[in-house]
Every structure is written in structure tokens, then in C-alpha cells.
Design a protein around this ligand. Structure first.
Ligand code: BES
Ligand code: ZN
Length: 881
């Protein structure tokens, strides 16, 4: 907690460290309340640092210091000092030296889950971004790379498993077997944020992997004893990830062992510590009855992501935290490519874009907007954002779109070759692509420094006499906090022009314009491109595969959209046309509702949707995506101001009900057709069938006849896997009546002993779109299985509630008040979690005035509370600015 007003750190102030640390020896004696850490550092002045070096300041927080020894001599209290942020040694030698430091810390008191803490009796660490300083005094910055040797000592019974980074070197017993130790050495120099340690009573499954050059790697996944059988999928994912990185990027693993540990209390999803990844256990454990298809997919994706960091993050790390997208954006892009190789690429792209639009677009349009590479921060933990991650991934994807896959790979190879073992910058990364292609990326760099989602306003004019089509493209770049004027961007616009028969016309431009592989390069604020030899008025299909993270506008008629829905050769845009049509109808319905007017007639849309849904030539996964209407949050984003969440909910629900009423028989047929007869397996074909069937189930339940509710109840009670069980529960959660209550009770009875599965029970109650949900959530907040100290529980109850537009935005403000109180409560022990929850308020200014005032009141209440963590202070002040 901060006493003074926290200060921002700026990218422009970056300076290399005054000192370097070449080697670290840690000797850690684990104890629940008094863990002793002896650290021996081989240090030297940094030749790269010019000018005056001053005192040596090591970062450190919540530590008890016992001893400081410099070159073998214990320092007296006069030659060093400590405060809340670190240890200062007034005049260190101007040559290499050895510094030994002995400290203590208290893992069981650590509820911030940063540094060394206990999760259900298991010692574990989380050091990114700045947790290592809570374990020992150190130069806790990513550009200080050292080789670590770690000795861990602990009680033999309480902690039979002792793990750290790198390769195992030695183990032995002490104190007649009561205690024991293990020594680990990581030969790869790494920054402190990649350090990890685990100690505890854990079960494991093991396997091996042979790398492409024939090296054998021992793989282990450690979990709560008794849960080993639920690790098979995770192990499979790990091996596929290792193979994929070899085949797709030529990247081989580089240690003798790779360990994964699953823990229950974890602030994030997972962490890429070198050779010892630590995971939130919900992203490891899976079985047919305890994990949904979505869970299986997430496990695969996150294991791949953390594994891929071994090269993009660990071997090449970030010079400073402003460069976070260098590892996160790139690794998300890599995990997206991996996922796309495991299912239909268009389905994966739809998933990526849905996420981007649901999370990043609102961030970029609100008070928390920041560039992919921020230029300042108060608390770095607040910048693990959708912008850094997902927009960061889009920037990598645009580089690939501009260069083509082959040259992109060449650029990646050069990046690995040139910067292996270094702490790099975004400039270093982009320079590799400039060098392999001979192209200039100067304008492209603006994407990294300029916040906000560009608008791309397009217009197509056809001239029948000249047989030309003129496409005008204008960039609309609205101001964002701290950036009032904007520069035009370089935008790859992938497109097609559909002829009368629905086929793509050959694209020939006139003039100097380049068009390669259907990609037009936009560089100016406003530009017109002429396409020649166009026989009849074409229907434009713009931004195919979502080739750039922009907001596209083009005036298309309903007929054009229907034409694209059924003919576009780009599967992504075929889906997008359906979403655009739905959005158009829903936005008009919301307007009509608020003026007491009749909503537009959706029958042509419904008919077209019915065609797509029952088109057996189309992949079921795509059909399921088409049947999923834009979410209420998507609609709010498009409407953008004076938002009434109730009207949006009502409009969307009405359309869902009409859909089910008009397409009833067809949907019922799909429901029957898509039943999976084989035993459960998380394979693409089954997943797609379940996805389509379950989205149909949701629609049919929205129709609300007794038979519909009975179908959902039967679906729930007869389910043989969690995917179907949850689909039934979710469908029932929006009904009124005894079936819903019975299903939630049944689910609780069945799963209350499983801390992962039961989270669905909390979540689906918190997600019920009704003002009365607040009372339910308040009650659940006092449930014995609920704990604010566990981030999963907080996200699953409070987070889900704050993401429930109707309930959170109750017109009396009680939803805001409730969430604000929880934020303050959590901030006392876990600032990262509190700050993340607070981002639920980020779109408050777009609300209609009554709600806006109430949200503002809740935010101001937070802002004036004391004490506030730096994390919450930063988010609340930016949100109110
Ligand atoms: N390096 C992060 C985890 C992290 C972030 C730790 C911030 C501490 C602070 C990790 O690689 C990551 O990005 N994890 C994601 C999942 C991923 C698939 C996007 C997460 O934890 O949500
Ligand atoms: Zn990551």
C-alpha cells in the first residue's frame, strides 16, 4: 500500500543497469512462516552503462534482512540501508565482486500470490513481473540475465517434491531423513522474472519426448495427489506443442527436463518459468466429466503458449517491461497459429476476432486505451492487457500478411539467430523483417505507439460504362487519452469483389497500387483505388480474414449481406456478413424499443440463418458460429453511447426467440442430427457437433415452451460429459421455473467436492441476466466454498457478475456498489486481482445518464478510499480521467 501518490515510469527514461549479475547461487530453506533465503551474487559494473553509477540499489519488498556480506566481509549498518522498496549499498566496488545476502520471508502470509507463497500447502512462486524482489534483494529487471544454481531444503514429509528451473543436479537427506534438499542448475542465463521454485506433496505423471536432433527430454506434470489421471490431455498437448514448434518454427527444446506444476491459487492462467512452468490447475486437469470442450481447448492453447515462450520470452526476453508485447503478442500469435492447425482455420480466426472485439476494442475505445507498447506505467501488472496481448498478436499477423508466410518465417529465423540470449526490443524484432524483405517498416511502427482502433470507412463506386470500380478508403483516427492527434497507419486490407454468380472477380488495379494475394496496402489517410475490367456491379468483401484490427464501415444493402452470407469464398467474411446483418437488426431494434416503435422485420435474416444452419456442406463448427448472435457487449460497443443494457438484452432475446419460433422444426432436426454417439473425446469433429447441437439447444430453450424446457432438462440430466451437462445448465439458467432450481441443486450435489467443476455452478448463477441476480450473488459470496483469496473463485463469481450487463448495470446502482466494495476488500491483500476486477468499469462513460452517474459515484468512492494499492490507484484514476 502506498503512502504517497504513486509515480509513473517512462519508456524514454530507460537506462541500462549500472551493474550486472553473472551468477546467482540461492540456498532456500522452506518454512511456512519463516523461509530463509541465502543469496550469493557474482556482480560486476555494466560496461554498457556510461556516466556516474552511484549507489547500488537492489529491489526488495516484504523481506527481513539478516546479513549483507561483500567480498567475504559482513557490512556494518553504516554501509547499507533499507526501505520499503529495497536495499542500498552506498559505495560498491568499481570492479567485479561477490555479494551475499541473507533474508527471511513469510510464504503463508503472502495472499498477493506474487513472490513465494503457499497454495493448499504447496510452496510455489510467481515472479513475473516483479515478484522475485519479494524472495530476495536483487536487480529485479528483465535486462539483467544470470545463470542460477538453486539449493532447496525442506521438511521431507511436507515437501517431498522440490523443483526449480533447469536440470536436476543432486539430492540428499539431512537431519536423519527429517529434512532433505535438492540442487538445480539452469545453464541458460535468464532474468529474475523467470525464476521458479516449487515444494510440496505432489503426484505426477511422466513421459518422454525426443527432439528433432534426437535428444531425450523427461516430461513431468505435477498435481494434487489423486488427480494424476486427469493429466493425460495436458501431457498430450505438451508433446504436440513441442513437435509443432520444431516443425513450424524450427525451435527445439534445450534442457534435459520439462516440468509443469498445477496449483489452485494463481493470479493468472499460467507462467512460462524456464523449464518449470506453473499453471492454474483449471488449465491442466481434464477428464470427460470434469472438463468441457472449451476447457480442453484452453488447456491446449495455454500449454502451447507457455511452452512457446521458451523461445519467444525465455531465450529472447524483453529489455524492459515496455517491450512486453515482444514476448506476449508474439507468443499469442504463435499459439493462435498452433490452434488454427488443430481445427478449421476460419473457426479459429472467428474465435480470435470475437475475443479481440469483445476485450480489446472496448479497452481501446475507453479511458484505459494505451498503445501496444505503452510509453508509461505506474504499475506494470496493469499492462498485461488485451491490447498488449491480442492487438500485439494482430500486429505480428499483419507483418505476416504484408510479407507472406515464407518471408515472415525467414524474419523469425533471423530474429532467433540474431537475438538468442538477449533482452530485446520491438525495434530489434521488426528490424529482422525489414532486413529479410528489404522493406521499410517505419510507418508500421506507428501501430506500436498509437492507441485506439482505426476506423476504416470504405465506399465502392461502380461505373458500368467504364467497367471500373473505385474503392475509396479513409482512415478515421479518433483521439485517445494523452494522444489527441494521430498519424495514418499502414494497413493490409485483404479483399475480394464478388461477381453476379458469387465468384471472385480477378483483381486488377490501375496505377501504381500494389495488390498481392488479394491484399491492398493502405498507407494514406484517404485514398482511392481503381479496379478495372469489372463486368457488372460487384459486391465487395472487405477485410477478409480480418486482415487488420480496425473498425470497418461500408454501406452494404441487406441484399449484399445476404449475398455474402451465402457466396463469399472467404469463410470468415461469410460469417462476418451474418454478424453484420444481425447487428444491423439489433441496433435498430434497440432504437425502436427506446422510442416505443416497432422493431424492423427480421424474417429475411432468419431465413438466411436457417439456410446456413442446415447447410450440410458447411462445417458444423462454422454453422454453430453463425447461429451465435453478437453478444450484448458487442452490441453495446457498436451503439457506443447512451447505452441502456436492458434494451439491448430485450432486443437480443426477442430476436433469439423469433429465430427459434420461425426455425423450430429445422433446429429440432439439427439437434437430433448432431447427437454424438461415440464415447467422449476432445476431437474436432465431436467438438463441432456438440457446439452446433448445444447452440441449437440454447435457441430452442429461448423459445420457452414446456417441451423446450423439458428438452434442456433432459439434456442436462442425461449428459455423459461436462460439455453437455453445462450446456443444459446454461440453457436452463435463463428459464424461470422449477427445472432451473432442480438443475442447480443437482449440479451442486454432484460436484461440490471438486473445486474446479464447482466454479461453473457459481458462474452460471452469476451470469443470469436478471436484476435479481445481485441477491443470488450476495448470498453466494457468503457460501462456504467461496473465498476471495482464491482468484478463480473471485473471477467466477464477482468477475462473471461484473460481466453480466443486465445485473451489473442495475438502474439503482446496487451492482456497482457491490463490486466496488469487493474490489476494496480484495485490494487489501491482492492488488493485482482487485485492479483487474476494476476494469469492469472501463466503459462507464458510454452508459445512459442515470447509470453513468451511479457508476461514477462508485468509482469515486474507490478513488477516495485509503489506503489504495498502486494497482487500483492507477486504474481508478485513469478510468475517471
Ligand atoms: N507470462 C504470462 C503470465 C503472467 C502474466 C504472469 C502477468 C504474471 C503476470 C503468461 O505467459 C501468459 O500470458 N498467460 C496467459 C495465458 C495465455 C494463453 C495468454 C494468462 O495467464 O492468462
Ligand atoms: Zn504469455
Amino acid at each position: 500500500m502506498e503512502a504517497e501518490t504513486p509515480k509513473a515510469i517512462f519508456l524514454k527514461d530507460y537506462k541500462p543497469s549500472g551493474w550486472l549479475i553473472d551468477e546467482v547461487h540461492l540456498d532456500i530453506a522452506l518454512d511456512p512462516t519463516e523461509t530463509r533465503v541465502r543469496s550469493r551474487l557474482q556482480m560486476r559494473p555494466n560496461p554498457a552503462r556510461t556516466g556516474r553509477r552511484g549507489p547500488l540499489v537492489l529491489d526488495g519488498e516484504s523481506l527481513t534482512l539478516d546479513r549483507v556480506v561483500l567480498d567475504g566481509k559482513e557490512l556494518s549498518g553504516k554501509s547499507f540501508s533499507t526501505d520499503d522498496n529495497g536495499l542500498r549499498i552506498a559505495s560498491p566496488p568499481d570492479k567485479p565482486f561477490t555479494l551475499e545476502i541473507e533474508t527471511r520471508c513469510n510464504p503463508s502470509a503472502n495472499k498477493a500470490l506474487s513472490g513465494l507463497y503457499l497454495s493448499k500447502g504447496i510452496y510455489c512462486t510467481q515472479c513475473e513481473a516483479q515478484g522475485f524482489r519479494r524472495i530476495t534483494y536483487f536487480l529485479d529487471r528483465p535486462d539483467v540475465l544470470a545463470v542460477y544454481t538453486v539449493r532447496i531444503e525442506a521438511d521431507s514429509k511436507a515437501a517431498p517434491v522440490l523443483l526449480s528451473n533447469g536440470n536436476p543436479v543432486e539430492r540428499g537427506t539431512l537431519d536423519r531423513g527429517h529434512r532433505h534438499y535438492a540442487i538445480w542448475k539452469d545453464p541458460h542465463p535468464k532474468p529474475s522474472y523467470l525464476f521458479a521454485l516449487v515444494g510440496g506433496l505432489l503426484g505426477a505423471i511422466t513421459s518422454t519426448f525426443k527432439t528433432k536432433s534426437g535428444k531425450k527430454v523427461d516430461l513431468s506434470i505435477y498435481v494434487e495427489p489423486g488427480k494424476e489421471e486427469r493429466c493425460a490431455w495436458a501431457m498430450d498437448c505438451l508433446k504436440r506443442s513441442m513437435r509443432w514448434d520444431e516443425e513450424r518454427f524450427g525451435r527445439e527444446y534445450d534442457l534435459d527436463v520439462f516440468n509443469i506444476v498445477a496449483v489452485s491459487d494463481f493470479n493468472m492462467g499460467a507462467m512460462e518459468n524456464k523449464g518449470l512452468n506453473i499453471f492454474n490447475d483449471r488449465l491442466i486437469l481434464a477428464s470427460a466429466t470434469t472438463a468441457t470442450d472449451g476447457d480442453y481447448f484452453n488447456i491446449d492453447r495455454v500449454i502451447a503458449h507457455e511452452y512457446f515462450h521458451n523461445w519467444t520470452g525465455d531465450r529472447i526476453t524483453c529489455r524492459d517491461w515496455f517491450q512486453l508485447c515482444l514476448k506476449e503478442g508474439l507468443t499469442v500469435f504463435r499459439d493462435q497459429l498452433y490452434s488454427a492447425d488443430h481445427r478449421a482455420p476460419a473457426v479459429q480466426r472467428i474465435y480470435d476476432v470475437r475475443m479481440l472485439k469483445a476485450r480489446q476494442f472496448p479497452e481501446d475505445a475507453g479511458p484505459l486505451a494505451h498503445p501496444v507498447r505503452p510509453d508509461r506505467f505506474i504499475e506494470i501488472n496493469n499492462f498485461y492487457t488485451s491490447t498488449v496481448y491480442e492487438k500485439g498478436a494482430e500486429l505480428c499477423r499483419m507483418v505476416q500478411t504484408l510479407l507472406g508466410e515464407k518471408l515472415f518465417r525467414k524474419g523469425m529465423d533471423l530474429y532467433f539467430e540474431r537475438h538468442d540470449g538477449e533482452a530485446a526490443t520491438v525495434e530489434d524484432f521488426i528490424q529482422c523483417f525489414a532486413d529479410v524483405s528489404g522493406r521499410d517498416f517505419k510507418q508500421f511502427m506507428t501501430w506500436y505507439s498509437q492507441a485506439g482502433t482505426p476506423g476504416l470507412v470504405c465506399d465502392l463506386k461502380y461505373d458500368a460504362d467504364k467497367r471500373t470500380a473505385d474503392l475509396t478508403v479513409e482512415q478515421v483516427l479518433l483521439p485517445t487519452p494523452g494522444q489527441s492527434t494521430k498519424k495514418p497507419l499502414q494497413i493490409p486490407l485483404k479483399l475480394g469483389l464478388l461477381g453476379g454468380n458469387g465468384n471472385d472477380l480477378p483483381l486488377e488495379t490501375k496505377g501504381p497500387t500494389r495488390i498481392e494475394n488479394g491484399v491492398l496496402e493502405i498507407t494514406k489517410r484517404k485514398e482511392t483505388f481503381r479496379f478495372v475490367d469489372i463486368p457488372s456491379r460487384p459486391v465487395p468483401s472487405l477485410l477478409r480474414s480480418f486482415s487488420a484490427p480496425v473498425n470497418l464501415t461500408i454501406a452494404l444493402s441487406d441484399d449484399d449481406l445476404l449475398f455474402l452470407m451465402s457466396h463469399d469464398s472467404d469463410a470468415f467474411n461469410r460469417w462476418q456478413a451474418g454478424q453484420d446483418y444481425a447487428t444491423r437488426l439489433l441496433v435498430a431494434s434497440v432504437k425502436a424499443l427506446r422510442k416505443d416503435k416497432a422493431p424492423p422485420d427480421p424474417s429475411r435474416f432468419i431465413e438466411a440463418l436457417g439456410e446456413v444452419a442446415s447447410d450440410e456442406m458447411l462445417e458444423p463448427a462454422l454453422r454453430a458460429q453463425t447461429l451465435t448472435l453478437p453478444s450484448e457487449t458487442d452490441l453495446a460497443r457498436v451503439i457506443a453511447k447512451d447505452i441502456d443494457p436492458d434494451a439491448i438484452h430485450k432486443a437480443r432475446n426477442t430476436l433469439r426467440r423469433k429465430l427459434a419460433q420461425n426455425l423450430g422444426a429445422r433446429l429440432e432436426a439439427i439437434y437430433d442430427d448432431m447427437a454424438v454417439k461415440e464415447p467422449y473425446a476432445p476431437v474436432p469433429e465431436q467438438i463441432a457437433h456438440r457446439a452446433l447441437r448445444n447452440s441449437v439447444l440454447g435457441l430452442l430453450t429461448a423459445r420457452g415452451t414446456a417441451a423446450d424446457v423439458a428438452r434442456a432438462a433432459h439434456h442436462f440430466s442425461s449428459a455423459s460429459n461436462l460439455t453437455d451437462e453445462i450446456a443444459g445448465l446454461s440453457a436452463l439458467s435463463e428459464t424461470r421455473g422449477s427445472e432451473r432450481k432442480a438443475a442447480f441443486e443437482r449440479f451442486y450435489e454432484r460436484w461440490h467436492d471438486d473445486h474446479i467443476v464447482i466454479d461453473h455452478w457459481f458462474l452460471y448463477q452469476a451470469a443470469i441476466p436478471h436484476p435479481g441476480t445481485l441477491a443470488t450473488v450476495k448470498k453466494l459470496a457468503r457460501h462456504p466454498l467461496m473465498s476471495l483469496e482464491n482468484p478463480n473463485k473471485v473471477r467466477t463469481l464477482i468477475g462473471a457478475f461484473a460481466a453480466n450487463p443486465v445485473a451489473f448495470n442495475r438502474p439503482d446502482g446496487a451492482g456497482y456498489e457491490f463490486v466496488a466494495e469487493r474490489i476494496l476488500q480484495i485490494d487489501r491483500f491482492n492488488p493485482q486481482l482487485a485492479a483487474r476486477l476494476l476494469t469492469a468499469f472501463r466503459s462507464w462513460r458510454t452508459l445512459e445518464s442515470t447509470r453513468r452517474k451511479l457508476a461514477e459515484k462508485a468509482l469515486k468512492g474507490i478513488a477516495k478510499s485509503k489506503p489504495l494499492s498502486r494497482d487500483v490507484y492507477e486504474i481508478v484514476t485513469r478510468t475517471l480521467e
